[in-house]
Every structure is written in structure tokens, then in C-alpha cells.
Design a protein. Sequence first.
Length: 647
Amino acid sequence: MKIRKKVLILLLVVALLPLLASALLYQFSLYRLGSYFASDTRVFLTANAHEHLQSLVEDYTHLLQRDMQTLTWVVNAQIEEIERRLPLTSEVPAGYFTEIEQAFRKLRAVVSQPVSSQSVIFISGLQLNYPPEKDALLTQPDWYRLTLEKRGLLQSVVSDPERGEIHLVVSAPVQAPDGAIQAVTAIEVPFTDQYLGLQLPQSWRVGGSWLLLRLVETEQEGVEKLKILAVRETGDSAAGWTYPATATFLETDSSVELTPILENIRSDKPGAAMVDYRGRRMHWVYGSLQAGKVAYLIMVRHDQVVAQANGFVERVKKQTLVGLLVISLVLLLVAGGVALIALRFSRILSGPVTALAHAATRLAAGDFSVAVPVRGQDELADLSRVFNDLGPKLQDRERMASSLALARDIQRHLQPRVAPEVQGFDLFAAGTPCDETGGDYFDFLENRDNGALRLGLAIGDVSGHGIPAALLMASARGVLRTHAWCHNGDLGRLFQILNRQLFRDAGDERFMTLFYGVIDVTERSLHWNSAGHGPVLCYQGKTAKILELSTTGPPLGVVEKSSYLPLGPIRLEPGDILLLGTDGLWEARNPAGEIFGIERLQRQLEACAELSAEQIYASLLQEVERFRDGRIQDDDVTLMIIKSRAI
């Protein structure tokens, strides 16, 4: 018999009659006086609150639609004014922009809100921003690019976190008589506090909020979240809308509760839900998506919505306090009796527990053979069996960890410990896997033919990381080292052999990018083949320009019968630098999810071009670590630097 049943029978025998009588008395009074009324009241108050909040959200949505319709009318009028005055030649006639400004000034009077700007940007690069005291557009705004892509009217809500502002923008293309797009015009108004007239009932305001949300796609492919654009507290002391300075997403205490809300908003379905938010039960009511994928959401505390029902429950509790005191006295007497009986049987229960505690101490000290005797069929016996299985399993995990450490050691020995010393060149390379083992590969291969030295440079990246990637990397290394200098140095033939071997070894789920170049040290020339690996950068010392070496075919192991035509030669003059790396370098991310990128890599290479190869390597890695700002490395990083120098 299970221990739970033994204890249950014991407690029932000792406390059945008094506990049952007191529980029935308490439940009867509480149910009759409290639950009957409070439950129905909560349901009614909740339904009424949702209906009222949904009407408020709809009012907000209608106001936004009204403003967008007004702005749309103004933009269409701007288009007519601009198209009517479009020059027939490429030269803009004198006074053209003055006429446009006058037209903009007249149209501005139609909008009830203050207008931030009216703009027109021509495809040729000419642009007008009214009023003229506004800052000129230094770069083309997002609405300009999106309107050209859509080739039609665009309504959007644009946030500016740096200034703490949100604007309503309507933009549309301006077409020439032949239908070609000549320009894009837009009107922009600030998202103001004109909606503050829509207020919540006084009893709901404390702790509530209005939110303006945008449905955005995060950096995880296919994952969408609700970004908070603006917040307005509903309390009496609340001011207007506030704008988060950094990207903030709508979250709940449980992601399960947020999923159906996100699905409804994504499907343009308004609705209401009760969620746990920052430790409180809240009512969320939200509207459908509007222009620019934005929607309104209002949140109100549940305890304020059902405050009347809760007050009634509190009164019922006070009335039943006397009954609870009586029950407490009865339970106190029962508890005393149960404690005496439990003391009698404590040794029976504590013996197996003590044995488990001693055995756990030995197991923690590394004795994996420790075991405890199994007696009976209760929960303690089940626990003893589980404990006896734990030691061998922990021992297996320790063996696995040792094996992984050994695998990493072996992989480290497969790669060069130091770069070779080659006259006229400064070489350095190293790699850092993100797991115990990695899929990055780099190598130096030397060949002397009649006294002439040729140096092979190899760097590759197997898809994924860990043990499978490490095994495929080792296979590629073996094939490359076996055939590198065969076939009279034919790089095309070499890559066909590599591709065919990896196609057979990798299966359908893995592949490898590989760059292999051969430097003729005497001629200072480079030939190369690149199976989808890049970018490979060549810094030219004389001109301080950076070239990107082209790839010559798809990654290895994807298509069995692929051809790879080598490129080159290019001459490496003193001061030139070759940078060969894997994507873990330029795809490193900071805590905000931003990618380091090729442009930052190029700028840093230009900044440290005068340093030695090892110093360039250290400078680049230090810049990547600074950019990552403590974020964990999530991919293997390998970097090879070859710097040509004067003899």
C-alpha cells in the first residue's frame, strides 16, 4: 500500500467526524451567502466591462481612420497640384517650387491637427519639404521606399524613438502623363493627445493603460511580435502619450496567454481576454489592425472591474468569521491528536529517507556505485529505485563529457598551431568554436617544386556546429590534403573531387563552403576557387581600396556534378592584405539582435591595415567582442590574415 494511502486512512480515522461536520458547516454558509451572488456578479461585471472597453477601442480606431481619410484626401490633392505643374523637360522651371509651396499651404488648412511637414521627393533626387524651416531630408525616408515598392497609396504610423515622437504619414506616387512615377509626395502629422476625451470610468482608471501597438517581424525568421509604440496611463494624474526610448514588445506573464491575442490581431479580429500581466490579473481589449499594422489595446485591472463583487465577498467573510473560529478550535484539537499519532510512526517513515540522504552525499562526492535497499511498494520504494538508476546514468554523462573534450582536443590538433614562415608574407590564423567541437576549417598547405614555393590557403565552414559538423570538416580536410597538389595543381579538378566526396558523406542536411587559394610566392600571384564561401576581402595597400574576391560555384555537397572554374591570378603587392573568415565573424549579434556586418568589418580592416597579421587578427576579434557586448557566441568564428610585405 502506498504511503499516501496509509497517511490518508490514519487521518480519516482520527479526524473524519469533526472535520467533516465543520467543513460542511463552513461550505454551506459560504456557498449560500457568497458564491451564489459573487460569481454571477463577477460574470456580469466582466461582460459589461469588455463591452464598454470594446466600444472605446472602436472609437479610437474610428478616430484614426478619420484622420487617415483626411490625410489621404490631402495627399490626393497634393498629387493633382504636382502633376498639373510637372515640367515637360528635365529642367525645373523657375518658381516651380514656390507654386508647390503655395498649394501645400492652402491644403494644410484642411487638416484639423497641426501638420509636421508636407514633402515631395523626385526620382531625380530633387525634393521639397514644407514648411521650409523644417530640416531638409538628408536621407530618403522609409515611406518613400515603401511607396515606390507598392506603386500606390501608403498609410503608415512612423515612430521616432530618438525624439520620442510618433507621426501619421500618408504618401503616394506622382505619375507623369505616360504613367511613369516621377516623384512621391506625403503629408505627416504628429500623433497627438486629441483622443484624451475618451475616458474610462473613474473606478477603473488606476493601474490601467492605453497602448498603441505595431505588428512587426522579429529577427527570428517568421516570428511576429507586438511592438509598443506609445503608452498612455489612464489614472487621473496621467499626462498624455509617452513613447518608449528603446524597442519594447508586449509580453504577458505566460506566453500561452499571448498567443491567441497575437493570432487575432494578426487576423484583424478585435477581441477581449483576461491575462496575467506583471503579477496582476488584467482585462485586455484590443482592436483590429489599421494602417501601418498598428492597433489599439486597453488594459484594466480585474480587481477593479469586479470590485463590487469582491466587496460583497469581504462582507460575507466577516459574517462567517465566528464560524471559522469555531472550526479552527476543532481543527486545533484534531491536529494535536494527529501530531501525537504521527510522532509514533515517524521513525517508520524517516529510516528510508535517512538512508537516501547518506547515499546522496556519497553520490555527490563521486561514488557512482552507491545504492540503497528497496523495501515495499510505496513512494519511498519508487524513489529508491529511481535513485539507484541515477548513479550509472551520471557516470555515462561524465564519460560523454570526457569524450567531447577529447574530440575537441583532436580537432584542435588537426588545424595548424602556427602559421608557416614565408618570405615576403606575414601570416596568422586561428578559430574559436561555439560548442565543444566546431565545423570551421582552416589550413596552410606548402609545396616546393624545383625550389619554387607555392602556398595553399584553405578556409571553410560546415553548416551547423557540434560533433556532426566536426566529422564532416575532418573528412574534407583529409580529401583536401590528399589531393591538393595532385593533378598539376588543377583547382577545378580538386574541387570536383571534394564536392563528390562531401556529397556522399554529408547527406541531404549538411554542406560546406570552402575557399582555397594558391599563392605563388615568387610571382606574388594568387589563384583561387571558392565554393560559395565569402566574402573574401583583398585590401590594396597602394589605393586603400577593398576588393571582394568572387565565388566560383555552389557550396560543396549540394549538387554532385558541380563545376568550379578557378579565378586569378591577382598580384599581391607589398602592403596588400587578404582577409579570409567564416560567417560567425560578420554575423555576430549584439544584445539588441543587430548584426556586425561586412561594412563594419571593412572599416576595421582599413583602420588597422598598418599592423602585423597577428595584430590585425586581434584588432578585428576585439572589435567583434566589443560589439557583441556580452552576448554569447552562437556560431564558430575563424579568421585568417595574409599580409604581403616588402622583402
